[in-house]
Design a protein around this ligand. Sequence first.
Ligand code: ARG
Ligand code: MN
Ligand code: MN
Length: 303
Amino acid sequence: MTCVLVGAPVDSGKRRQGCKMGPDAYRTAGLEEALRSLGHSVHDSGNVVPRPANENQDPRNPALHALDENVAWTEGLIAAGEKAARDGFPIFLGGDHAMSLGTIAGVAAYAKAEGRPLFVLWLDAHSDIHTPTTTQSGNLHGTAVAYHLGMDGFDAFPPLENPIPQDHVCMIGLRSVDEPEHQFLAGSDVMAIDMRAIDEQGITGPLTAFLDSVAAAGGMLHVSLDADFLDPSIAPAVGTTVPGGATFREAHLVMELVCDSGLATSLDLAELNPFLDERGKTATLMVDLAASLLGRRVFDRPT
Ligand SMILES: NC(=[NH2+])NCCC[C@H](N)C(=O)O
Ligand SMILES: [Mn+2]
Ligand SMILES: [Mn+2]
């Protein structure tokens, strides 16, 4: 298949800078070569350049950090994401997780045109289901899921054309959920798997159940991988590390199972901050996980 690399150096979703270096860190870590070695063709479409942002704050919520810059990225990534999905399998090289405000809307527009429902696998320590009204930090990287579910408070953003039904979203890896997020999730149909559930049941059961539902619906599947899904000991290059994350093998197993399902149609690589990395180890791990999602394996399994 053709993998389309889309650089999304979004750094406006939070205050600490550095995710803007993410796309080049993935390129440096050999993403394109890894994908080619798996037999894919690769088109690197370069980095998206958003329109200039104005610095006006939202008078209703002056605490939001860089609102218009995030809106500009969302607009730019919707267009780039839809085009990339038409051209192949988009791999969005972030960029902080505010990137997903745009990437998911872009692939959702493509899914709509194909007449197929879109599902989202959200691999993250955080649920990122704040709205611009509930966020305490003002950091919009913590809001993308709420936007796609059609929750209130996103008036400054492009009107949501293709809301994602709650039961089309599966979160795995949760261990930092704020009170308003918790309240919403508790009353929702989002499938939210925390680290304790993974400790107790392993990662295969819940993931397979979700993948079965995607297959039954004939869905497309967007995988959004936040580097803080991983344990900080193996992935230190994140501004929002949380202890107790996915191990090396748990993370690869997720990717391998999704690969075997044949359902994945797009991927976000989010929150890598190369400024915080140790000799490229987090960037390299993220590239290796993308490779597992796209077919790298030791042995084929009997089906
Ligand atoms: N994509 C992320 N790393 N999100 C972290 C969000 C942390 C916290 N819930 C907040 O709203 O600020
Ligand atoms: Mn996130
Ligand atoms: Mn996170």
